[in-house]
Design a protein around this ligand. Sequence first.
Ligand code: ADP
Ligand code: MG
Length: 677
Amino acid sequence: MNLTTSLAAIKGVGPKTADQLSLSGLETVKDLIYFLPKRHEDFSTVVNISDISPGKRTIRAKCESITTKNVRRGIKVTTATLNDGTGKLQAVWFNQAYRAAQLKDPTQEFFFSGEFEFNYNKYQLTNPSAEKAEGTQINTDRLLPVYPMIKGLKSQLVRKLLSEIRPLITMLPDTLPAEVTESQKLVSLSDALLGMHFPTAPDEITRARERLAFEELFELLLASRLNKQANMSLKGWSIPFQSSVVQTFVASLPFELTPGQKQAAWDILQDMEKEVPMNRLVQGDVGAGKTVVAALAARQAVSAGYQVALLAPTEILASQHANTIDTLLRPYGINVTFLAGSVKAKHRQPLLEELKSGQAHVIVGTHALFEPAVRFHKLGLVVIDEQHRFGVNQRQKLLEKSARMPHLLAMTATPIPRSLALTVYGELDVSVIRQKPADRLPIITKIWSPVSRKQLYATIDAEISKGRQAYVVCRLIDDNPANEAKSVEAEYRKLMNSVFGHRRLGLLHGRMKPDEKERAMKQFAEHKIDILVSTTVVEVGVDVPNATVMLIEDAEQYGLSQLHQLRGRVGRSSHQSYCYLLTSDTKKPSERLREVERSNDGFYLAEVDLKLRGPGEIYGRAQHGALNLQIASLADTHLIAAAQKEADRFVSSGADLIQYKQLSANVDRYQRLTTLN
Ligand code: ADP
Ligand code: MG
């Protein structure tokens, strides 16, 4: 047996069990070894029946008698009397009739581990596991690991298989460099895995967890260190800073740049002068004005003879950016074009020609820009909106489009607490735009209960009478994206046929065709629609300054950061804006929701979210899933700092990663990770 042995080859695993394991994503011995318990239950202390109290208990007793009855259709109840010499108690099992055969010998001693609780008018041991007292115990009399129950997979089965694999675990070679294990005083890999699956004391679990979490963070941080190093060794274009070009651009803006915008612009212009390609993230709360900073960088790059590509995650956002950038840059004779999935083939060809010849200076689009057919004359700058990270693959694709590595500028409105920044984008340089433009009034946020729905609608209607516009964001009926359309359409019709019959309503959801979405957004932007009923597709970056009301249905279902992002769709002009958080029931609103009501600071809300719900929740499952941290918590700042230190030391020591097979495979996976949104 080795790590790649199929689980189907293990003793006692028939085809049915193998199928079930496979359904849970467990194919090989290695999969199972790394299938870690989510918690442990302490059944390690044997108590006397005479002393027993309610709770998770283990006794060592003989079975005096056992009977099974059919109580109701489909339910078999097996009852046994257990005696350990100090007293007797009753054990009961539901639909486990096989216990009668297992426990039939009254002279045999067993361990029983289960919940001692008050059930059906008396105290009983409910559904205990039972094992012969002689030999090794797997499901009783120890710190029992409880495994994630995927597709009905039972912990009992996992424990049994792991006990077969145990000898292999004890012999596993270490995966971390010895210096790292030593200087951090970590337990070895095999001790850590044994500590998770077969702990003999709670302390072993703690040490095991620490070791495995450290390893994950070390891999992640090593990957960003190596990405950073790889980036430093690339040759890029040095784009000289021309102060007259920049000054003219800034002077022509209808507003003054905020100090944060100026600083970010300065950081970027300096980065672009270097031959090492820029790798910078501009982080700024919604409405902080990141687009104009990107436009300034583009202005400089084009003026020096380079082309610029701007990538946005959705078509709506891309086309909006195309318009904004076009308005800002056309006066300088800059040719701004647009490319996305919806652009028809016959328009596509001439566009690709223009890019290749250099006639098109700036191209704005979606991921379509990464397609091989897209070729540039001289690509100098790539701006990526609402994305945090590029992997080596994405970088490679860009390199193929340019003789040298273009400068990269990423922009995000997702505020990431400082403790997280290191892990989530350790390889990027970061500029933060903290202040919002001065002419903005803070958005007034208010929680509403559904009993006041009528009054809420009247409030919104009054705002529309003043010439403003509103968003109504509704949740999916369930998690099935196929029902997305159904749920917004239902709300749209309801509003149209009742309170807002006299207003112009629009509909927007992810299932609409790109050109339909486009049309809806355009109509809203041109004020041909008063109220836009939508799903969270309006979340990222949409800019309609005349919209001053954001109504969010079932607000408690969202993370704080997401609510804050949605709220950021309004408050984009000098008009007073409002965000209404409608709860789904009349219960007192949660403290969490109150925080959104109280604070307009996205960074603060992200911190609160991190504390209350953990990083996975904030940045969405996909993101956390991509990081695929099983054990480490991104909130564990001490361990992150330690892992960072070791990763730095490892890289600067010039050690060869290749000699650590598993480490290098995992690091490689993290290095290839592309987006974390
Ligand atoms: P975000 O950072 O969320 O992407 P945008 O770039 O969409 O924000 O900018 C939001 C709005 O603020 C735009 O209408 C933009 O023209 C305007 N804006 C940007 N900078 C300033 C500023 N310094 N003063 C006033 N308005 C500004
Ligand atoms: Mg934006």
